[in-house]
Design a protein around this ligand. Structure first.
Ligand SMILES: [Mg+2]
Length: 244
């Protein structure tokens, strides 16, 4: 078999998404409102408005929203505009990033691999697949959550967005995975729980599998995916000969 690679989005694909990120988003919004209370007086943006701006409505997370699909810099930018702040935007962005990282580290018990995912990854690694992660999350939060969920050692490549590489859906992270593991993109399958992940895989020339463990429904993912599975845990390696 030629080298084959399997690249995974992190949240909602490998790790439990909802409980974790709802908690983190609520905590971060509160913290930012508290810290910038004086500067926010012009806009009177409240927690509900900040959460809606990143696609969080009560307990629902929109899979096209910034929280589910984009790096934290985009959340910072949306909040900066909503709050009409006078502080330097780059400083604010760094502050938001720190607050999100801190919120992740403050909630270690919520960081969990989805059921059956760890065993599936161990099986795939034994079969000789190169395994990678491509996430819109920051470096610190990515490594912390992969170590915490006991998945970190299973990957040949961990790609994150920390302002130094173009984030998904631009193909850069998949290209980096291929270079690192000596793979051709047509021998890679990208797994993800958002439409943005599917665009990312296709933009880079890989096959795509949408999973239903995160924010999107079958109807949302189907037009953009080569195949849909309930979970990464359900992946059957026979699919590789059909997809690649
Ligand atoms: Mg995701």
């Amino acid at each position: 078999m030629k080298n084959k690679g399997l690249l995974f989005d992190k949240d909602g694909t490998l790790l439990e998404f909802h409980q974790m990120w709802l908690q983190v988003a609520h905590g971060a919004a509160q913290e930012i409102l508290h810290t910038f209370e004086a500067d926010n007086k012009n806009s009177l943006a409240d927690s509900k408005a900040l959460l809606a701006a990143i696609g969080v409505y009560g307990d629902h997370v929109d899979n096209h929203g910034l929280l589910a699909s984009n790096p934290v810099e985009d959340t910072a930018s949306a909040w900066y505009q909503l709050m009409h702040l006078t502080i330097d935007e780059e400083k604010f962005s760094q502050h938001v990033k720190n607050v999100f990282n801190q919120q992740v580290e403050d909630n270690p018990s919520l960081i969990q691999a989805l059921p059956g995912v760890k065993d599936k990854l161990i099986e795939l690694k034994k079969r000789g697949f190169k395994l990678g992660v491509a996430t819109a999350d920051t470096k610190n939060a990515t490594i912390y959550s992969l170590v915490q969920s006991q998945l970190h050692d299973l990957f040949d490549f961990v790609g994150y967005s920390d302002g130094d590489i173009e984030p998904k859906p631009a193909p850069a992270l998949l290209t980096a995975f291929c270079e690192h593991c000596n793979l051709a993109p047509q021998h890679v399958i990208m797994f993800g729980d958002t439409v943005s992940d599917m665009h990312f895989g296709r933009n880079a020339g890989a096959a795509t599998i949408g999973v239903l463990t995160g924010t999107a429904t079958t109807e949302e993912l189907k037009p953009h995916a080569d195949h849909i599975l309930n979970s990464v845990a359900d992946f059957d390696t026979h699919l590789t000969s059909y997809l690649n």
